[in-house]
Design a protein around this ligand. Structure first.
Ligand SMILES: *[C@@H]1O[C@H](CO)[C@@H](O)[C@H](O)[C@H]1NC(C)=O
Ligand SMILES: *[C@@H]1O[C@H](CO)[C@@H](O)[C@H](O)[C@H]1NC(C)=O
Length: 385
């Protein structure tokens, strides 16, 4: 009995020594509500973040640097006023961030800027709109009416994988009078990146992969733009280990491209796989693999070798409109055996296959949508598709 008070004291004392969080831990446990650009600028102490509805004023950009492992949710729309700031207007940083947009939008007010000239002239357009420099998962948000390029995906080195899931880049309004331009969906540089279950409605590349490795683009829908691209590869850009799986591309100028700038002096593309994609009604080229960029099919450069380019597994089906080309390969420096057995093409015109040292193993030409039997015969004889 004499011990009881001591025991009680000890018991009561234990939690205050051993369970009391340090200052840092206390801070990290905080749930922070972001309701202004100012609050958004200091989130390092927040393990949980709620983004409510607010407007980002003119001449202001936001960098949200999240604590490691932070959980972020959106409960309102974040609107960017017309701004003279340069992009990115919104940057996400952090390691293993779990970001769920709950279907809410970041509104870029693109129509205030769109003049048909994109980033080539006219009114200055902040770009990209959003930069994701974090690792973790970013899901279920909308990038709406972006002034030019929508989302730059460029995680910092060595911070782990990044998954982008269920994101909707909605620049469909930019189709009106062809005012939206250079509104790329995702511009990617980095390693261990997955983009899936997302929708891009825009007027330029759905995705453009410019540098990096182990990049998976799957179950996405691309509409209105320039399809799924690697490049354009510029000097010093190296891309390897890309898979395009089960995506749908419609109403687009190109279905899918690998493009290197003819003037690039170093760089390479290797190990690219397409499987189970559906590309329909491309208006210029179904598949274009070229080292002549910015020309589609011109005088290719020789300093950015392409190798191991394959359409395999589940068939990738490609149709093009009348007067568009199904498949063109325009190589100055290509090598290896390219397996196109998982590629089925139809409609339009044959492209030309100039594959240099690479051997292109056959694809299937769907006679149902071809013009005439003799046309087919002539093209297969001529080595084009
Ligand atoms: C934004 O701010 C700049 C000055 O920083 C000003 O020139 C411009 O008119 C402002 N834009 C709007 C839409 O208010
Ligand atoms: C090709 O890329 C895939 C996907 O990133 C990867 O799993 C595979 O190991 C790569 N193959 C080679 C030979 O590098």
């Amino acid at each position: 009995m004499l011990f009881l008070p001591a025991l009680l004291t000890t018991t009561a004392f234990v939690p205050s020594i051993f369970a009391a969080p340090s200052r840092t831990e206390t801070a990290k446990r905080a749930t922070c509500t972001v309701d202004s650009a100012e609050v958004a600028a200091d989130l390092s102490g927040c393990s949980s973040v709620e983004l409510t509805s607010f407007t980002v004023p003119n001449d202001t950009t936001i960098t949200m640097s999240f604590a490691e492992g932070a959980t972020v949710t959106m409960t309102g729309e974040v609107t960017f006023a017309s701004t003279v700031a340069s992009g990115p207007l919104l940057t996400f940083q952090g390691t293993n961030v779990q970001f769920n947009g709950n279907g809410m939008m970041f509104n870029g007010n693109g129509a205030d800027y769109w003049d048909g000239l994109g980033t080539n002239g006219g009114k200055p357009k902040p770009h990209p709109f959003i930069a994701i420099e974090a690792s973790g998962t970013f899901e279920n948000f909308v990038a709406y009416n972006t002034p030019a390029q929508a989302i730059r995906v460029q995680p910092a080195a060595d911070i782990g994988p990044l998954i982008i899931d269920g994101v909707y880049v909605n620049n469909a309004a930019g189709d009106a009078d062809e005012l939206g331009h250079n509104t790329d969906g995702f511009d990617v540089r980095g390693t261990d990146i997955t983009i899936q279950n997302s929708i891009v409605e825009n007027q330029d590349d759905c995705i453009a992969i410019n540098d990096g490795s182990n990049i998976l683009f799957q179950n996405n829908v691309c509409s209105g733009g320039h399809g799924m691209s690697i490049g354009s590869i510029a000097t010093g850009d190296f891309v390897t280990g890309v898979v395009f799986s089960h995506n749908t591309v419609s109403n687009s100028m190109y279905g899918t491209r690998v493009k290197a700038q003819s003037a690039a002096t170093t760089g390479a593309v290797s190990n690219v796989t397409w499987t189970g994609n559906t590309i329909s009604g491309a208006t210029k080229y179904g598949v274009l693999i070229t080292q002549s960029y910015p020309d589609d099919d011109g005088t290719p450069g020789v300093d950015t070798p392409f190798s191991d380019v394959n359409f395999v597994g589940d068939p990738t089906s490609v149709t093009v409109v009348e007067d568009a080309h199904r498949v063109t390969v325009d190589c100055g420096n290509c090598a290896g055996t390219w397996d196109f057995s998982g590629l089925t093409v139809g409609g339009g015109l044959a492209g030309t296959i100039v594959s240099g040292d690479a051997t292109v193993r056959q694809m299937t030409v769907d006679v149902q949508v071809r013009h005439t039997q003799s046309d087919m015969h002539a093209q297969i004889q001529g080595g084009s598709f």
